[in-house]
Each structure stands twice: as structure tokens, then as C-alpha cells.
Design a protein around this ligand. Structure first.
Ligand SMILES: [Mn+2]
Length: 196
């Protein structure tokens, strides 16, 4: 089957982004956002979702990490939407419970075409490395809106911010991989409405 690839080039005064995702990849990544912890998270997303991911971001990190993380989320959501194309034959729904030491995170996705984010998590620390924990919600909000995705992320347990964020990125990868995958029983779009 043809590989589903989406590329987005997005340039503003705040960020310059070149991002490409292959939904039918093997988990290879080449990521450079200028924020070490964010690179670590995107590499985990690629590896555990079996997505090939290329990300090059030149952001205004002299301000803070906000624009770089938010705009990468916008570009990643747009690239996922492009790669998905007509959505014919895909499972549409995906979910995962991702444990990581003391942390347990739930992620559920519907590639419905309608954006929605339910983000239920509190952090005990303000940042991990040069990554502000309040940007996790902004990142997933950007993805849900630009991809047209219903996305629920819920921390069921956990104290360590590094664990919680990593569990969210990996759980999101596993749930998205399932939602994007094909089921041979699905003829066309999995909906009674006729459109996704
Ligand atoms: Mn880690």
C-alpha cells in the first residue's frame, strides 16, 4: 500500500518549521527543535507510533519555549491531516493506557474531523529542562485543532513531570497508530454519516 506522508513548511516571524511525517514508517526520526526535552518527546512519539518523523524548527527561544512548541504542534497536526488524506479504510478510533513507573496516562482519539481537546492533568513542577510543563496542553490543543481530531488525555496517576509528559507523548503515539491503521473489513469510511 502507498505510504501516507504529510509535509508542512511553516514560516512566521516567530518560528520557521519544516516537518514531515510518514504514518506508515518504522519509527525513524530526525528531530531538532532547539529544546532538548521536546526533541526527546518527539523521538519517543516517532519510535512508539512507528511514524517516520523529520522536524527542523528554528524558533524564538530567546523569548521562551512557547512559540516553538505551539507552532510545532500546529505543523504536526496539519501534517497528520495531510498524510491521512481521505481516511478510507482506517479504524478512526484509537486508545491506549501508557504506564511509566508511578505514572499512568490514558489517551483516546477519534479522527472525526471535529477538533476537541480534553486535557486532564496537573503538574507539580513548572518545567522539565527548558520545556515549560504548561506547554504540554498547548501542544496537544494545537494538534487537535489543526488535525481535526478529538483527543482526550488524562493523567490517572503520576508525580514526576518527566514521566507524565513522556507517557502522554507515547500514549498519544500508540493511540494515533491504532486510529490510523487499516481494518480490511472497513469498506470506505467508518461512519454512518458519510463523512469524516
Ligand atoms: Mn525520558
Amino acid at each position: 500500500m502507498e505510504q501516507r506522508i504529510g509535509r508542512v513548511i511553516r514560516n512566521t516571524k516567530e518560528t520557521q518549521i519544516d516537518l514531515q511525517i510518514n504514518l506508515d514508517g518504522t519509527g525513524r526520526s530526525d528531530v531538532d527543535t532547539g529544546i532538548g526535552f521536546f526533541d526527546h518527546m518527539l523521538e519517543g512519539f516517532s519510535k512508539h507510533g512507528f511514524f517516520d518523523l523529520k522536524v527542523k524548527v528554528q524558533g524564538d527561544l530567546e523569548v521562551d519555549c512557547h512559540h516553538t512548541i505551539e507552532d510545532t504542534g500546529i505543523a504536526l497536526g496539519e501534517a497528520i491531516k495531510k498524510a491521512l488524506g481521505d481516511k478510507k479504510g482506517i479504524k478512526r478510533y484509537g486508545n491506549f493506557l501508557l504506564p511509566m513507573d508511578e505514572t499512568l496516562v490514558l489517551c483516546a482519539i477519534d479522527l472525526s474531523g471535529r477538533p476537541y481537546l480534553n486535557f486532564d492533568c496537573n503538574f507539580l513542577t513548572e518545567r522539565v529542562g527548558y520545556f515549560d510543563t504548561e506547554m504540554v496542553r498547548e501542544f496537544f490543543y494545537a494538534i487537535s485543532y489543526s488535525a481535526g481530531m478529538n483527543l482526550h488525555l488524562k493523567k490517572l496517576d503520576g508525580d514526576n513531570s518527566h514521566h507524565i509528559i513522556e507517557a502522554m507523548f507515547k500514549g498519544f503515539a500508540k493511540a494515533l497508530d491504532e486510529a490510523c491503521s487499516y481494518d480490511p473489513r472497513i469498506d470506505g469510511l467508518l461512519t454512518t454519516k458519510g463523512t469524516l
